[in-house]
Structure formats: C-alpha cells, structure tokens
Design a binder for this molecule. Sequence first.
Ligand code: ARG
Length: 470
Amino acid sequence: MSNKSNKLWSGRFTKSSSIDDFHSSIDVDSRMIREDIMGSAAHAKMLAAQGIISREDAAAITEELQRILASFEEGKIVFSSSDEDIHMFIESLLTQRIGDAGKRLHTGRSRNDQVALDCRIYLIKGANETIQRLFKLEEALLHTAQTYLNTIMPGYTHMQKAQPISLAHYLMAYFEMFRRDVERLYSCKSRMDSMPLGSGALAGSTYPLDRESVKQALGFSGITRNSIDAVSDRDFCIEYASCASIIMMHLSRFCEELILWSTDEFGFVDIDEAYSTGSSIMPQKKNPDAAELIRGKTGRVYGDLFALLTIMKGLPLAYNKDMQEDKEAVFDAMNTVNNCLEVFLKMFATLRFNTHKMYDSAQRGFINATDAADYLSKKGVPFREAHEAIGKMVLYCIEHEKAIEALTLEEFKLFSSTFEEDIYNEITLEACINGRSLPGGTAPAAVKMHISEGLKWLDAQNKNIPDSSL
Ligand code: ARG
C-alpha cells in the first residue's frame, strides 16, 4: 500500500493501489490490441511528419509495435491485471523495449481519444462481420424460397389459422427483416466512421496534429467535429447493440416458429439431429436446442443493450471511468449475434420442410372463409353482409363437421342466394393463393417478382461486400 505506484500516470501519486484488479479492463479490452497498435502507428507517423517527434523515434515506435503485434499473433503475449488496460500495456511494453522513443508516443494524445478510436475501429470490423453473415442468410432464404413458391401452408394471426400463404412468401418475410437489419448496420457504421484522435482528453490539442492524415491512414471517412463529444460519445456502441438486438429479435421469432413447427402437433419441419440434443431420461426425445438457445441468447443481447444505455444515462461530459464498462457489453452483443447468425444459417441449411403436412393443415380451419366472403362481395353483396353470412356458414360447418368447400350448393344457398356453382373454384387453396397477386402478396407470380428483386439487391450488395477491415 505504501510503496509508490509504478503506473505510467503515477507522478502525483505517493502510494500504490490495492485495487488494481478492480480498475483493470485488460481482460476485456485486450481484444482491441490490433486496433490499438494500428492507431498508435498512425499517430506516431503523423507526429513525425509534423515534426513533433523525430523520424527515428517514429520508426522505432512503429517497428516495435509490429513486433509486439507479431508476438501477440504467435500467442507469446501475456496480459495481467496489473496492466490497467490495453493502451497502458502497449505503451509500457514499448517503453521497456525501446526506451525514450516509447515515452514520446503519447504526445498529443489521451487514452480518452485513444479508446474512442480503438472502439470505433473494432466495432466497424464487427459490424462488417455481422453484415457478411446476414448476406449469407439472405442468400439461403432467397434460394429456399425459390424452391417453395407453390408450397401452400396455413398463415396465422393470433396463432389461429388465418389465410393460406406459400412457404416462399413466409420465408421472404424474414428476408425483408434481415434486409432492414443490413441497412440499419450500414447506417450505424456511417456514424462510427469518424476519426476521434486529436480530441485529446476532452478539449483538443495544442500540438499541430494533422487529423486529416491520421483519418486517411486509418481509412476513416471523416473526423469527429467536437472534441468533448468525441471522447464522451458511446452512441455508436448503443446503436450497434440495438442493431444486434433487433437481429436477435428476428432470429428468435424465426427460431420460435421452427420450434413450434417441429412439434408432433405441427410437424411442418424436421430440424437436423446436428442441431438437436437428446434427453437424459426420455429416450424418444430430440429437442430443438440450437433454436432454443438462439431464442434465449436474445435476452442476453437485450441485456447488453440495456447495460450500455444504463451506463451512459446521466453521465456528465466528458469522459468518466463508468464508460470502461461499455466494452464488455458491446463485445458480448457482437460475439453473440455473430455466433447466432452462424449457427442459425447452418441449422437453416439442413431443415427439411414437410410440405404435405403443411398442405394438410391448410385444408382445415376454414382458412378460405375470407375468400368465400370476397366471392359474395365481388358479386355485389356489401362486404359486411358477406362477412356475416360466411360467419354463420362457418358456424354451420363446425356443427356439421364439414369444410366450407364440402358444402353442397344447396347448403351454400342457405346463407346467400348469390352462391353459384363457380364458388367451388374460387375457394380452393390454390385460388386463395393465386388471387393475392398484388405486389407484396402471396401469389407465386408476386413472390417470384419479390425474389428476383431480392436477388438483384443481394447481387448489388455483394459487389460492395465489406471485408472485415475498415
Ligand atoms: N480503459 C479505459 C476505458 O476503457 C481507457 C480510457 C481511460 N481514460 C482515463 N482517463 N482513465 O474507458
């Protein structure tokens, strides 16, 4: 306790701390080592170009940083919690190895703008990874939808059979959700894409730093416009966690349906054994664990988003140490969403749809009742009256245990004299589907157009696919 601290910032301290572990974030932020080194190298080169440090010092710094990175990649770097964070760790290692030159690296820089930089670079890479995984899923959805354009299944509202849809149309609903997720990530990335170095601790810097050249060297599109904001902003973490939460919400809805559909009661789909587990007591069980875990991990990502929002709530400007807690949450959100997308995609590729069961199920539940009402309405019966007549007819069908299409024409006429022989053609499942041919509807022709538009979109994205770098 009484020994003087040996920290890089210990000038004004007379004692060492007994809570180094508590202060330390290296367990979490060491994963930004590549980004930290990249940022430091760009900063050192700029300092030399501006005549703030010598070219020899800058060369020594950048060479040693490369060596540190190489030893890290070889697994030779050991972090300990006495290393407060990745930034202090790299700087002290550098100084141990190259002496005074290492001590000059932090000129015109603060850990506050440094951590903002590292996080931005790291999250841009993570968001690119998420986008790439979404593209793969979109591709799989489009191709599967092409196979099932004419596969009829019941569509539900309130979990009650509503109207027939095609399996392709159902799959394309998820295609749209994940397309919005991609667009959200692009938008979120555009706000991460500002280079914060030069903001210093909070007020900017008195050195003649060249922010533009650092921006260019690191591949950013712009520089941050206000030094106070640049070091205290974590909106970009919150936005990423929010994008991740929405993706997880979409995955969890999809998973929930696959779980339901794989039950004996539905039997619409068979989830491959590779994504299921057995029971330790019930020999017959094949549980859809992977889908359940994805559904469960959605809660965890929401938790990360809420942790971030709560950490930032009410924080006075500018940097506060509270903000060190951001990384655990945002990194967890990133790991989880990226893993879940990968597992989901693999599971999806092995699904076997039981199209007969789907068709069978669509034949029950008076799923063509809307079409029977539309039949009357198109022949001049006011829709509300038609609705009432078919409602009564459904009641009659329930009492007589008959499907609507199984009624005789005489029975139809009990509910409206407008019914003629052509009613039978109008209420087949195929007619119900084919009739909904407006853009966005479930008719195979409409879904085909949707799929080809989707393929074009994906193709345009693929030309521009972000790699995982900045
Ligand atoms: N480890 C810190 C964080 O992640 C880095 C910034 C620390 N700055 C400071 N002045 N204590 O937030």
